[in-house]
Design a protein. Structure first.
Length: 239
């Protein structure tokens, strides 16, 4: 790869290599070499492990109320070949990948090939820089997917989604109070209010206290601007 393309690629990645040979190897597909040790396969293996570590650390720290099963499900949805190929696409890695004669350019290929190149780049950045450098690169490219996966995981559970939002942005958990009830004992309706500290975020009615809490959380999420009235996502980050 010529110097101009190496410079353009580093601009795309947002990372400047000290050892440019690591980047060149990361972009070398096994179809273009006789000796497989000159390809990006070993870096791909290494980068896969680094990606797994960074994502696991991030979701463990960011979502403290998720149990082991939920964390595993979230990690599996984010650290996958399909996700890596999606992340690789806007980076235009295909324009810079060295492939053997007769092979298509990677920008027209989806799936495991694109994912493998991205993982090799991750491995190269780690070896060239520091853990913090590769962590920054990974989270910059994967955080939107993580946030979308969290929202999908909690779809319909508005209390859980609101709790994640407030813990992440304010460091505290909302609480719920029944502020009104109407109807006869055998057919009561309840009004719940969700509060963040002393601030009211919203109220909602339900045929039982659990439903009232969910409705209050639903109305709070609409007011904040996280979901619209259909329950669809408006945004997943920011205060």
């Amino acid at each position: 790869m010529d110097t101009k393309n190496l410079e353009l690629l580093q601009e795309k990645l947002g990372y400047k290599f000290k050892n440019i040979s690591l980047l060149e190897q990361a972009m070398t597909h096994c179809s273009s070499v006789v000796n497989r040790f000159e390809s990006n396969e070993r870096l791909e293996f290494f980068g896969d492990a680094i990606l797994d570590m960074v994502i696991c650390e991030h979701i463990y720290q960011t979502y403290p109320d998720m149990d082991e099963g939920s964390l595993t499900q979230l990690k599996s949805s984010v650290v996958s070949r399909k996700t890596c190929s999606i992340v690789a696409e806007p980076l235009d890695l295909g324009k810079f990948t060295v492939l053997g004669k007769g092979s298509e350019k990677l920008d027209s290929i989806t799936g495991s090939v694109a994912a493998g190149v991205l993982e090799a780049v991750i491995g190269a950045i780690y070896l060239d820089g520091t853990y913090k450098k590769v962590q920054k690169f990974i989270l910059k490219n994967f955080k939107p997917i993580i946030e979308d996966s969290v929202l999908s995981h909690h779809k319909g559970n508005y209390k859980s989604l609101l709790q994640h939002y407030t813990q992440r942005n304010y460091g505290i958990t909302p609480h719920y109070e029944i502020v009104d009830e109407q109807g006869p004992d055998h057919n009561k309706c309840f009004e719940s209010e969700v509060l963040l500290g002393r601030k009211s975020l919203g109220r909602g009615w339900g045929v039982n206290k659990k439903e009232a809490d969910q409705k209050a959380a639903y109305n709070a999420l609409i007011t904040i601007g996280i979901i619209d009235e259909t329950g669809a996502q408006v945004k997943t980050n920011g205060k």
